[in-house]
Design a protein around this ligand. Structure first.
Ligand SMILES: Cc1cc2nc3c(=O)[nH]c(=O)nc-3n(C[C@H](O)[C@H](O)[C@H](O)COP(=O)(O)OP(=O)(O)OC[C@H]3O[C@@H](n4cnc5c(N)ncnc54)[C@H](O)[C@@H]3O)c2cc1C
Length: 283
């Protein structure tokens, strides 16, 4: 893979539950805005729990910033009619880009997925709906280290190609730690005729709890040497943050050098680490 276009950067936020969280979110948005990201995305809570907050934050981004918001939406707990209503609300507030996701099983990751009785079974159906209703850009999830419920990496690639056929215009990956997992995913997807940009998702891990939590949640194995390096610094918060930024910078640089179209930063509503990695990549 070789890179032909300038790299594109984007930042992901979650809709906070408290006023304090809202202030921190908006501080982060304002601090990252001058970097002119390609877009910023706002997640949708597990179980559909943040419907109104996701709508409110994305609408405010449209009205008060120069940023392009991408609203995440999942199939969890909503009928097809309710999903149509949400998409139409987003469109009427000026949000024209959607991340169309299935969502995790509402009962927990160890429980089987059960769709809403009048809802969707797979994300691909939400992609179709979003396209029919007029969403201009539709993003979907991709999994360098395999989706936990999927039978194989090959099947994941087939699913990604189906999402493209249904109308997806880009994919963003789950967190991962080894560049080769990303490059292999891209090769598999291309072999199934999937040509949309597949943007790697990178999270600068800046505290020990975060490191352990996300390594576990993503289902992606952190290389032991990286885990050791990050944990060695964990007695000093400043040092672990510095190492987290360094690890994320190295990963991002390798991904971009190998042809990744850009980097999607999982910011956790904090700007400094993502901004540092971004700045390191510019220099
Ligand atoms: C970038 C990114 C952003 C995310 N944002 C959110 C968020 O905001 N809120 C949230 O709750 N979750 C979010 N998630 C998590 C996501 O909802 C879960 O990973 C979920 O388990 C899978 O979602 P999906 O869209 O990939 O589902 P799907 O594409 O439906 O895949 C789910 C499973 O079904 C299988 N499958 C898919 N299509 C078919 C088919 N036609 N036939 C048989 N099997 C099939 C797949 O192999 C996979 O195992 C995000 C994930 C990523 C990578």
């Amino acid at each position: 893979m070789t890179q032909s276009q300038p790299a594109q950067f984007s930042f992901e936020f979650f809709p906070p539950a408290t006023n304090e969280g809202e202030i921190r979110l908006w501080d982060a948005i304002r601090e990252l805005e001058p970097l002119n990201p390609n877009f910023v995305s706002v997640t949708y809570g597990a179980g559909g729990s943040t419907r109104d907050r996701t709508l409110r934050v994305t609408e405010r981004i449209v009205n008060e910033t120069k940023l392009k918001p991408v609203a995440h939406l999942t199939c969890v707990g909503s009928s097809g009619t309710e999903l149509s209503e949400i998409i139409n609300l987003l469109l009427s507030s000026g949000v024209t880009s959607l991340m169309a996701l299935r969502g995790d099983p509402p009962g927990g990751l160890d429980k089987p997925w059960e769709p809403h009785p009048s809802g969707f079974t797979h994300a691909v159906e939400l992609v179709e709906l979003a396209r029919e209703l007029g969403m201009k850009e539709i993003g979907v999830a991709a999994f360098p280290d395999k989706h936990p419920e999927s039978s194989s990496l090959e099947f994941d690639a087939e699913v990604l190609a189906k999402k493209q056929d249904a109308g997806a215009t880009m994919a963003i990956t789950q967190l991962f730690f080894k560049p080769d997992s990303y490059f292999a995913l891209v090769d598999r997807a291309r072999a199934y005729g999937c040509t949309i940009p597949i943007i790697p998702g990178v999270m600068p891990l800046t505290d020990e709890k975060q490191i352990l939590k996300f390594a576990q949640l993503s289902g992606s194995e952190m290389p032991p040497e990286i885990l050791k390096y990050l944990k060695e610094g964990s007695t000093q918060p400043v040092e672990v943050a510095k190492r987290g930024v360094e690890v994320a910078t190295n990963l991002s640089a390798e991904l971009l050098a190998g042809g990744a179209p850009g980097i999607h930063f999982y910011t956790m509503n904090r700007s400094s680490a993502s901004r540092e990695v971004f700045m390191n990549l510019q220099s």
